[in-house]
Design a binder for this molecule. Sequence first.
Ligand code: SF4
Length: 406
Amino acid sequence: MVGNDKNVGVKKEKGIRKLTDRISFWKAKSQADEEERHSPKPKPKLKKIKAKTKQPKNKKFQVIEPQRKANEAKKKEARIKVEAQRKANEAKIEAQRKANEAKKKEARIKVEAQKKANEAKIEAQKKANEAKIEAQRKANEAKIEAQKKAKEAKIEAQRKANEAKKKEARIKIEAQRKAKEAKKKEARIKVEAQRKANEAKIVAQRKANEAKIVAQRKAKKAKIVAQRKAKEAKKKEARIKVEAQKKAKEEAKKKEEEAKKKEEEAKRTYEDELEEQLSEEEITGFQLEKTDMDKMCNRVCEIIAGYENEGTLQSELWKKLKLSSRDGSRLALKLERMGMITREKILEKQRWTYKLIIKKIPISTKSIEGAPCLTCPVQSKCSIDGEISPKTCQWIEDWVLIELKK
Ligand code: SF4
C-alpha cells in the first residue's frame, strides 16, 4: 500500500513539472513576440537607396542648366518615384506590419487561448490527478479497510475455530473425565464388592477361627487341667519327696551340728572361754604386776620371731617366761589385738591349743644405740630430700656397716 502511494505521488509530481515547463516555454515565447512587436523598424540605409537610384559618387558637378533642370526634373521625378515607391513600400511595410501584428495578435490570442486551454487542461489534469489520487487513496483505504475486515474476519473465524476446537477439546476432556469417573466408580464398586466379600470371608474365617480357637482353648484347657492335675500330683509327690529329703537333711544337719558342736566343745580351749569372758578393753589394757609391758611385749615378740614362720606353742613360751597359763593367754590375746602375732589353733597331744606366729617384729631400742643421729651436730638441718640427708650421710653409712658386721 505504501509503495502504491509513493508511485502515485511520484507520477503526480512528474505531471506537474511537465505542465510547469510548458507554461514557462509559452510565456517566454509570448514575451519574445511582444518585444519584437514593440521594437522600432530599421530605416532603409542610404547606401542601399543610392544603389537603387544609381546616384554617382564624387563626380564634378558640370551643370548645364537645361541639363540641370532636366536632370532636376528627372531627379524630382525620380525622387517622386522613389518617394512614391518609399511610400508604397512603407504602406506595404505598414500593411505587412499590421498584418503581422494582426497575425501576432491572433497568435497571442491563440497562445493565450492555448495557454488557458493548457492551464485548464493542467487544472483538469491536476483535478483529475487529485481525483485519481483521492480515488486511489479511497481505493487504498477501502482496500486496507477490506483487508482489515478480512483479517478481522479471518481472526474472528480463527478465534471461532479455536473456540470450537477448545470446546471440542473440553467436551472430549469432559467425556474422558466422565469415562474415567465411570471407570473409577466401577472400580470403586468392584473394590467395595471385593472388600465386602473379603470382609464376609474374613468374618467367616474369623468365626471359624474363633470356633477353632474355642475348641482349641477348650482342648488346651482340658489338657492344662489334666497337666495341672498331673503336675499337682507330681508336685505333691515331689513335695512329699522334698519334705522327706528336707527332713532327712535337717536330721543330718542336726546331727552334723551336734557333731560339730561336740567337736567345737572338744576344740574349745581356755583361751576361747577367756576371750568370751573378757572385754576388748580388758584384753588390750592387760598389765602384769611390776612388769614393763612394752619390754615384755618386745621380748615375747623377739622370742616368737626367733621361730620365724613356724611359730611356737604358747604353753612352751609361757614356761620359758615363767608365766601362768592365764597371764600367758591374756598376753597372747593382747599381742594379737596389737597386730604383732597371729594365733593358730592346733591339736597337740589330743588337746587343742594355740601356736603363736610372729606378724610384725618390734624395733628394739638396742638397735638404735650408737646411731650417729642421736649426737649429730647438724641433725636440725638433716632431711630426706634436703642438702644434708641420710641418703648421702657418711656417718650413717659407717654405722650401718659396723652394725651389720656385729
Ligand atoms: S643422718 Fe647423718 S647427718 Fe643426718 S642426723 Fe644422722 S648422722 Fe646426722
